[in-house]
Design a protein around this ligand. Sequence first.
Ligand code: GLU
Length: 328
Amino acid sequence: MTALSRRLRFLLPLLLVVATSAACVEFSAPPSPPPVAFAVQPTPPGAETDVAREPVPTSETCNATESLRPGPMPEPGSMPIRSTMADIIDHGRLIVGLDTGSNPFSFRDPISGDIRGFDVDIARAISAAIFGAPGSIEFRVLSSAERTEALQNHTVDVVVKTMSITCDRLREVDFSSPYYVASQRILSTRGSGIDGPDKLAGKQVCAARGATSIGRIQSIEPRARMVTTTTWADCLVMLQQGQIDAVSTDDGILAGLAEQDPWVQVVGPGLGEEYYGVGIPKGQDDMVRFVNGVLTQLRVSGRWQQMYDRWLSVLGPSPGPPQPVYRD
Ligand code: GLU
């Protein structure tokens, strides 16, 4: 054995220890700007630049956050005959539309392969209240742009996918009362100088197609150049590749993206509130009342708070669940 290889035999375990402990370090503030890539990177399929102006999302002009008052809750497993919930029991599982790339709301756990998150727990609670078992559930992956149509076509029973209740959407689908209030913000690369909406003039800002986030940025900074992609993960990839300057959407989704990359950060003030509701096909008032009953149980039992602590504590202390406003 040469002197060099003997030395390597000593050094190797040491290097392993250093490498392992480096992997545990939290990178809150990287020491220098991110590396610049010179190769031409492909854009994610479906990415569109300079998209047309979209409506400003509003939930105020139609009392969007008001929803139907829950009635007495039936026992799990014994839903009233001819109700929407009895139909769901007949088809054997609750079919839920969501996304697998919206950490911490819904994402595929890379180790277990399970779909998990705050929205997933809301969906499981609805399934448990219908069937008496949270596992009677099937997930269908939807992009932001596919949510409304999936409800209209009845390819899903409910959508639980960071879906904001807006007056425009209420013309096409129904919603539960709000189960979470998000705030739209901006994600930018550290050191880019983008720290608020006033820095977005002439910049390329990404959002998932079909999201309310697009119209709000266009209304706040009309000179921002909007880029749309199919998923939020695609926006992160484009930011990492230097193809866009910022991403804008709800704070929780941005925090989930920032967790995947130490070079990006959530910046600037809240740009507007987004009230998440469970999307339900039009004409199913019994289901809306039922889901509102489930949300009440989650709030009153303290389960909502536990779900917040488990999935959303990265956003700071819990503001508490939104209080419902009902109509009869
Ligand atoms: N809450 C926004 C919306 O419903 C953005 C979230 C998303 O697209 O997943 O459009």
